[in-house]
Design a protein around this ligand. Structure first.
Ligand code: ADP
Ligand code: MG
Length: 262
């Protein structure tokens, strides 16, 4: 598999007047084209910091992060970043929210507009193009936020707990939906979540981070051989035989960490 993203020996600490908070320590991994990685770890361990570094919003204290062999700081436009809050602008219609990125980049054209219509229709929002964000359900808003990110053709999509503001039922449906969209578009993605089931239902590979300062303490490649390729959906995974085994493996890794901090 062609490697598109590579992190080499990343360490990062925050410096404030109160002192130093080491967040990440010697993190190295790479991501293949089209691969879906989930990162799990205890709260406050440095997951969001890691995504901000990959997005080029922060510069690591040491180590390097390359996208197609180029430092990410120099190609941030190739990276899509989706946050927990959908950040849709209430004063714009859904259609115009989706076009915000191309407008800012100066790439708005008849083609991008057509693509916006196509994506919105494909993801069940065709009838809501003229609606305001507040008229949509939480799940629809997250889909609109995803379309807004995808229209920029990111080479890699970063998702920071994108479903955690949704209630449980919506969350299952939306993560299933969004998981399938990402697979269909064959987008390379990194999802940060504290929800193990979500990680197992969506990813090809899971990285488990330790408590702060985070190191990669465990890595697990997920294979659902009991499901055929066309049946390998997030909802089917939750009912597959392998699910429980993976869940227990990762649970054990995370829990060892919790215990040692008591
Ligand atoms: P996570 O996303 O895993 O919950 P974060 O990456 O947000 O963790 O934070 C890791 C650690 O760094 C936490 O202890 C947090 O308090 C600290 N931290 C995060 N952002 C800043 C900042 N801008 N300044 C100082 N400390 C920060
Ligand atoms: Mg976070």
């Amino acid at each position: 598999m062609e490697k598109i993203l590579e992190l080499k020996h990343i360490s990062h600490a925050y410096h404030t007047p109160k002192g130093e908070t080491p967040a990440l320590q010697d993190i190295s991994f790479s991501v293949g084209k089209g691969e879906f990685i989930a990162i799990v770890g205890p709260s406050g361990c440095g997951k969001s910091t890691l995504l901000s570094l990959i997005a080029g919003l922060l510069k690591p204290e040491s180590g390097e992060i390359m996208l197609h062999g180029m430092p990410v700081i120099d190609c941030t436009e190739k990276i899509g970043y989706m946050l927990q809050r959908d950040e849709l602008l209430e004063w714009r219609s859904i259609f115009r929210n989706v076009l915000l990125g191309p407008e800012i980049r100066g790439t708005l054209s008849a083609d991008t507009k057509e693509k916006a219509h196509d994506l919105l229709a494909a993801y069940g929002l065709g009838q809501f193009e003229h609606s305001r964000p507040s008229e949509l359900s939480g799940g629809m808003r997250q889909r609109a936020a995803l379309v807004r990110t995808l229209i920029l053709n990111p080479e890699i999509l970063l998702l920071d707990e994108p479903f955690s503001a949704l209630d449980y039922q919506t969350r299952l449906n939306v993560s299933d939906d969004i998981g399938q969209i990402i697979r269909k578009e064959q987008t390379t993605a990194i999802l940060v979540t504290h929800d193990l089931s979500e990680a197992i239902s969506l990813a090809d590979r899971i990285l488990v981070l330790s408590r702060r300062p985070a190191v990669i303490k465990y890595e697990l490649k997920l294979e659902f051989s009991s499901l055929g390729t066309s049946d390998d959906t997030p909802l089917n995974r939750r009912n597959a035989a392998e699910f429980k085994t993976y869940f227990n493996l990762i649970w054990k890794e995370l829990n060892q960490d919790e215990r040692s901090s008591y």
